[in-house]
Design a protein around this ligand. Structure first.
Ligand SMILES: Cc1ncc(COP(=O)(O)O)c(C=O)c1O
Length: 468
């Protein structure tokens, strides 16, 4: 490609990008689509001959625009999906432009140090031990995987088994303890790690999906040997936080009985509570545990995809992830090689957007995003409850609300699915459903830094219209 053509490609992408961003307040959040229509635009036989890149980019921008879900509109409340912080957006443009292979300091030193600083800032902001190690991964799933790989290394290492060298065949059994309401990515990480999904011991959760500490204690008392316990900071349905001081005490007692023990916290939704003076109390005691995973693409509003794996035990983290080869250029120790802390080999400079967002928001800005999203979640709960049309089933302690639409004919499950389908088709706002304690419910997750009171009020009005 000739040097002068870059301007046209940039124009072809950034012109529609700016239009898209300006359209966010008014465009439908979502349009139901027929996959055949999208295939008709994009598919067909592999082109035999090439097309000018400018034309390809312009066609993509034009053809896919109607099928883009406006996650960053301020009115997307499904799953737990953060919006788009401008600093993250700009940094991602740079990361893509520079196209760095961010696996080793020597290969791409600038972004390696940006990630090093982002790692230090994350620990400071989240009030986690400064000696902890950090990996910037694709999301909560891979953060759980990375932390649990370190956990596996640590507990088996203490039992005299080198799992990276010798694998799991013939290894001492690792007891894994989860609660009934753990996130599904914990199960998937256990599968990836050969620890098994169905073999994990389930401890009951309470009516807010928090682990029951007495049941955890009883379970631990019956087990001997290497043990990994998985708890949660911010449940995907209720937003609740596990009782970390009790969990940490139970783990300490288990350790004192001679059992190698590691407690992992899945903090995809709620680890950022630690950045807020008003919400930090929810995570009290969590710093006593061994590893923490979180998402930057949720409450921090970094671009997709971005997660963070943090381990108190650096050696276990490094042993589980590090890889060396004679043709690589490993740093002798004065900078951080990302491939020592990440499951990937080649990788994009994912932490650059985390760096930019933390620098732009600062400590006060992150706290403000956490506090505002949580306060808007309460606004949803108050307005919907006042309408008399719903019951709010969770204690709204964080940014999640669980809503039960009350049907005049008594078939609440069907009515909930009906209201969700209607609001999705309406396009004013987007919500999704869940099954919780045997009931079909609507979930509300306020995770976009751009959401304001007006967005909530518009969304509530649209919901009540759909329900009517
Ligand atoms: C508690 C929890 N853990 C893990 C995840 C998975 O995160 P990701 O989608 O970033 O992999 C989620 C996603 O919502 C979550 O809520």
């Amino acid at each position: 490609m000739r040097q002068s053509d870059w301007d046209k490609v940039i124009e072809a992408a950034t012109g529609p990008a700016a239009e898209y961003l300006h359209s966010l307040p008014d465009r439908p959040v979502y349009r139901p689509a027929d996959p055949r229509d999208i295939r008709a635009l994009l598919g067909g036989a592999l082109p035999a001959e090439g097309t000018d890149p400018v034309e390809v980019v312009a066609a993509l921008a034009r053809d896919l625009d109607p099928y883009v879900t406006a996650h960053a509109s301020g009115r997307y409340f499904a799953f737990v999906i953060g919006g788009l912080h401008p600093a993250a957006y700009g940094a991602e443009l740079l990361a893509t432009t520079w196209d760095q292979n961010a696996g080793l300091y020597a290969v791409a030193p600038g972004v390696a140090i940006a990630e090093e600083v982002a790692a230090d800032w994350s620990l400071e902001l989240l009030d986690l031990p400064s000696e902890a190690s950090v990996g910037f991964v694709t999301g909560g799933q891979m953060a759980n995987f990375t932390c649990l790989a370190a956990a596996r290394n640590h507990v088996l290492g203490e039992a005299g088994w080198a799992v990276e060298a010798d694998g799991l065949q013939g290894a001492p059994k690792v007891h894994v303890i989860v609660k009934t309401e753990r996130h599904t990515t914990i199960q998937r990480a256990l599968r990836y790690l050969g620890l098994g999904d169905a073999t994990a011991v389930e401890v009951p959760s309470d009516d807010q999906s928090r682990i029951e500490p007495e049941a955890l204690e009883r379970t631990l008392e019956e087990l001997e040997g290497p043990t990994i316990v998985c708890v949660e900071s911010g449940n995907v349905n209720t937003g609740s936080f596990d009782p970390f001081p009790e969990v940490a005490d139970a783990a300490d007692r288990h350790r004192r009985r001679g059992n190698p023990t590691w407690v992992h916290v899945d903090g995809a939704v709620g680890l950022w509570a630690r950045a807020s003076a008003d919400h930090q109390h929810l995570t009290e005691g969590l710093e006593r545990l061994d590893s923490w995973s979180t998402d930057a693409h949720k409450l921090l509003n970094v671009t997709y995809d971005s997660g963070i794996a943090i381990c108190k035990h650096r050696a276990a983290h490094r042993a589980a992830m590090s890889v060396h080869a004679s043709y690589l250029m490993h740093d002798p120790g004065h900078a951080r090689d990302q491939m020592d802390w990440n499951p990937e080999f080649s990788r994009r400079a994912r932490g650059l957007a985390v760096y930019a967002t933390l620098r732009s928001l600062g400590r006060a800005g992150v706290a403000e995003v956490v506090d505002r999203t949580c306060s808007l979640a309460r606004r949803f709960a108050e307005q919907l409850t006042a309408s008399g049309e719903v019951e709010v089933l969770n204690d709204v302690v964080f940014n999640q609300v669980l809503v039960r639409w009350l049907s005049p004919d008594g078939d609440h499950d069907a009515f909930n699915d009906h209201v969700i389908a209607a609001i999705q088709a309406d396009g004013t706002a987007f919500f999704s459903g869940t099954t919780w304690n045997g009931m079909r419910l609507m979930r509300i997750s306020v995770s976009d830094w751009a959401t304001d009171e007006n967005d909530v009020d518009r969304a509530v009005a649209a919901l009540l219209r759909c329900a009517a």
